[in-house]
Design a binder for this molecule. Sequence first.
Ligand code: ADP
Ligand code: ASP
Ligand code: MG
Length: 441
Amino acid sequence: MKVLKFGGTSVGSPERMHRVAELITQQPEPKIVVLSAVSGTTNTLVKISQALQQGQKREVGQIIAALEKHYQDFYQDLLPAEVHQEGEQIVAAHFEALKATTQEAYSADVEKEILAQGELLSTKLFTAYLKSKDIPVVLLSALEFMRIDAHQEPNSAFIRSQLTELLSKHPEGQLFVTQGYICLNSYNRIDNLQRGGSDYTASLVGAAVGAKEIQIWTDIDGMHNNDPRIVKKTFRVDGLSFNEAAELAYFGAKILHPFTIRPAQRANIPVRLLNTMEPQAPGTLISDHQEDRSITAVAAKDGITAIKIKSSRMLLAYGFLRKVFEVFEKYKTPIDLITTSEVGISLTIDNQSHLENIQRELAAFGEVEVDTDHTIVCVVGNMPFQKVGVLKQIVDAIDDIPIRMLSYGGSKFNISLLIDSRYKNETLNRLNEHIFTFPNP
Ligand code: ADP
Ligand code: ASP
Ligand code: MG
């Protein structure tokens, strides 16, 4: 079994969906195809939910009407005339549901129901298209097997047992289609795996069925050495280790949802990043193989808050760090980077929802300084400390950019710098120029 995930752009138009159908029928093995919403849809659903939250009923109605029109055109171009009626029914049913949901008062649960409509629509329309081409397909509802627990963590045992049971009902099945991103939570309500979560679905599904390979089909030819949205001259990295890919995804390489790699790595399933527009290209292979090179790639994660706690009580004291960490644990706020000195700790968080409470409780231990709008720039590769000179290369490349924090030695795969976000573009460009050996064209 293989798992193939197609992102928003890859299913972004009727023509692209036709292309995806061709692509998947060219691969002979049994497969589970995970689809995102049509590109732009989830952003529009976010807007609908924001307008609802702000009580802008008219705005809600207008955005829904425009989106409905988009899907009415979409199904007509996607499906042959003889199945237009089915397309019309799919679109009508989902927009009726969406309109009914937006009649309710805003709540987090209502928001998640709204956000789920994109993947539900794309998979139903795509399945209708495959059937119209006489391609045998089974549509699996992700809401029957994808589940997160009370800590928002995927419930792997449940996912595995449910999927196994669902698949066993179709022993002859060669092609299954399901929704990325959406799931049920521990209250049995519709939830999601956060933005970009279809990658994570693919990897959880791959691990659950013991897939031979997980393919992430997107709009670029693989993982690049730097963020192509910010740096002009980037290059594709052919092979990445699970560790390198996990660090890059976690620290901002948008091509992968931050947690995609973990399930695949645990089950040792290779992940291939491929380009729907250029299907013959080799892409990037992520596996347990570590290439013999120092620096592989750079990624950046925005929206970081730095917190510094200064206290003379830390001097010669033990238990101080524990007390500080307990505050973050209490507010379920993960810490990304940390550095300490004799009289202070600096650390970073990317979730500010409990910042005020955290700040108030930390004030009991010493003087607290908070700086928002920072960026973690993460250099990833195979950089054990015995390989001298790597750190110098990085710091020299950005020698006039103020570095707020530097994290080195936490893992041999990662050196992270914290900078004010206004230096991000320059930092990424300078690192691109100075720390990489470009492959021969
Ligand atoms: P999809 O809709 O297929 O999930 P995404 O937009 O989520 O696609 O991810 C693909 C995009 O990720 C690319 O178009 C690219 O702009 C961006 N990206 C950011 N960093 C990287 C990187 N290091 N390598 C490749 N793509 C990256
Ligand atoms: N449709 C969702 C999003 O736009 C999930 C995904 O595309 O991976 O975030
Ligand atoms: Mg994505």
